[in-house]
Design a protein around this ligand. Structure first.
Ligand SMILES: [Zn+2]
Length: 414
């Protein structure tokens, strides 16, 4: 599925959880803050070598586990990150996103995230083969550090008209123009194959990869150059939706304009070229949703909203409230029934209707039918009750800690 069409889950952390986590962090209790944010702590700093431990300790006062988990749940649905997990030793369905990585790359402290709700997460020490540098958060502290959280917009290209222009070209399918506008020489035509079939295969793959791709394109040239300088390389390959048989390569990183081109997956040249970490390459899932109109500031973690949509109040993530009562045809009248199950009938009448059904009678209609379907978890409730019940079920499944209690305070009947 194309990344821009992918629906990223937006449940799993409530505003209250975020606020409590923040208080614990400010009080210096990072382990309790992790637990509050839904992250089990399965490591001690004593298990780390001195260099890595010093870095972790320096960052801990600013480490926001709620922000990390917010992003981690979405990244779990990011196909390009998931395909990095194929390179790892069998870890069941857990993918570890390394947050702090030792200088030699042999050890990391990272968040392991399961692939299905409630996205069970744990902070742990990972050894070689247990994490992928391509899923690394160590170079993107805006995903987990309160000092860097405002820079999330910089990762997307900022708020300037040029970035908007590049994204508009991408959205319009004018891919080559977008890359050119973003400062790349686009070289999709000079690769020649002796056999026409192979030539067509090469071009078709290149086109698919480019069309199904969500890079943070306005800043990608600068990102790639900075990465190449840090790591002493002159080319990188990019992670597209389809990994094979043709990969997207950016080279000529020491020239005025870097060059985008394709390369056969099996080519010997490619083996010596590193992959640009996906976290550096792509726009954050929340930005994909914002561009697509699937999210507003009120849907987002407050630090994410403040970074990406600073003109709107950061009131999110949106809480679930009881819906308006639904219209229910009941006998000759229309009654209104909500999730409090208050109905304009004596309790004895409702009990009588339910008892008749329990004794072999038909499913009751009207208000009694709503009460029956609600209590029995049966489908067929009128909207908006059906939608509300489905969303509540999802939120509980995703591990929201206090949504049910807050709704009970509002009068939810269960
Ligand atoms: Zn009624």
């Amino acid at each position: 599925m194309a990344e821009y069409l992918r629906v990223f889950p937006r449940y799993g952390l409530t505003r209250r959880q975020i606020e409590r986590t923040d208080r614990l962090r400010r009080a210096g209790d990072w382990a309790a803050a992790c637990v509050e944010a839904g992250i089990a702590v399965e490591c001690t700093l004593a298990g780390l070598d001195a260099g890595l431990r010093a870095r972790v300790e320096a960052d801990l006062p600013f480490f926001a586990p709620d922000l990390l988990r917010w992003h981690a749940i979405r990244m779990r649905h990011h196909s390009r990150l998931n395909y990095t997990s194929h390179e790892l030793r069998d870890r069941g369905d857990e993918l570890t996103l390394p947050v702090w990585v030792r200088a030699d790359g042999a050890q990391a402290v990272g968040i392991g995230v399961r692939s299905v709700p409630p996205y069970r997460s744990r902070l742990h020490i990972a050894g070689p083969g247990e994490f992928s540098a391509a899923a690394g958060l160590d170079e993107t502290p805006e995903y987990w550090d309160v000092r860097h959280a405002p820079a999330l917009i910089t990762r997307c290209g900022g708020r300037d008209p040029h970035a908007a222009h590049v994204y508009a070209l991408l959205a319009a399918g004018r891919t080559a123009e977008a890359w050119t506008a973003a400062g790349f020489d686009v070289d999709l035509d000079t690769h020649h194959e002796p056999h026409p079939t192979r030539e067509r295969l090469f071009r078709a793959n290149l086109t698919w990869n480019l069309g199904d791709f969500t890079p943070a394109l306005p800043v990608l040239a600068a990102t790639v150059r900075a990465y190449a300088r840090r790591h002493g390389v002159a080319a990188v390959w990019l992670t597209a939706e389809r990994a094979e048989p043709v990969r997207l390569v950016v080279d000529r990183l020491d020239a005025e304009r870097p060059r985008l081109r394709g390369e056969w997956y099996g080519s010997g040249w490619l083996h010596a070229v590193p992959r640009l970490p996906v976290m550096l390459q792509d726009r954050p899932p929340d930005y994909i949703d914002l561009l697509a109109g699937r999210a507003t500031a009120a849907d987002l973690h407050p630090l994410v909203a403040a970074a990406l949509v600073p003109d709107e109040p950061a009131t999110g993530p949106r809480a679930l409230h009881l819906p308006e009562p639904a219209e229910v045809p009941c006998g000759d009248e229309i009654h209104h029934v909500g999730a409090t199950l208050q109905v304009p009938h004596p309790a004895e009448w409702i009990e009588r209707e339910l008892a008749l059904h329990a004794l072999g009678g038909p499913v009751p209609g009207g208000c009694a039918g709503v009460v029956f379907r609600w209590r029995a978890g049966r489908r067929g409730l009128p909207e908006p009750l059906e939608g509300f019940r489905e969303e509540l079920r999802e939120r509980i499944r995703y591990g929201e800690a206090d949504t049910l209690a807050a709704l009970r305070d509002e009068g939810l009947a269960l």
